[in-house]
Design a protein around this ligand. Structure first.
Ligand SMILES: [Zn+2]
Length: 191
């Protein structure tokens, strides 16, 4: 939940509805149901290959072939140390036990908080999750980082849930598709 994904006009990759889920996420954070709150932060070098500006003649949302597969190109976002990379100040961060940063390698994007998009390079988050924990996921974007994180979470944890009141996606169509993928894979969607 970082400024570039949330703040209208100033954010560079605003996810529709992201502002509206902040209070629900805080409600979850303050719920007594959770022993540990983990956060993750997209944290790109300014020359990250997922930025369309690194490619000649490409536009945001074009796709390119990378060594690890098809990569969508994005507007420049969540650059290390920038305002856009900061966690939105509406989110209560005082309960964060860990903050995992991802997307630091300029050659590989990282949607999931567990593995980079090559599906091999681990971020280290998996080693923090007990197999029998209940892991609930919230944040943006449903159709990319949130969904990929929940799918990969199944590799480490038997009980993965996505809380629908705490998510928002880039498009309705791709978010609906991702939610179906999650259900088929064994993630529980809590409405
Ligand atoms: Zn990114």
């Amino acid at each position: 939940m970082q400024n570039d994904f949330i703040v209208p006009e100033r954010g560079t990759l605003v996810v529709p509805g992201a502002l509206d889920i902040i209070s629900n996420i805080n409600t979850f954070i303050h719920s007594r149901e959770y022993d540990v709150i983990l956060a993750c932060q997209d944290w790109h070098p300014v020359n990250h290959k997922s930025f369309y500006t690194e490619w000649n003649g490409k536009n945001p949302f074009d796709q390119v072939e990378m060594p690890y597969g098809i990569q969508t190109l994005w507007p420049v976002h969540t650059v290390q140390g920038s305002w856009g990379a900061e966690i939105h100040n509406g989110i209560d961060q005082t309960k964060f036990k860990f903050l995992i940063r991802k997307g630091m390698n300029p050659e590989i994007d990282s949607y999931s908080a567990f593995f980079e998009n090559d599906k091999i390079t681990a971020t280290g988050l998996g080693s923090l999750i007990p197999r029998n924990a209940q892991l609930d996921c919230v944040g943006v974007a449903t159709d990319f980082c949130l969904g990929s994180t929940a799918l990969d979470a199944l590799k480490f944890c038997n009980n993965v849930r996505v809380l629908a009141k705490g998510i928002a996606g880039i498009t309705e169509e791709s978010s609906a598709f991702m939610l179906e993928e999650l259900k088929k894979s064994g993630v529980t969607i809590v409405t």
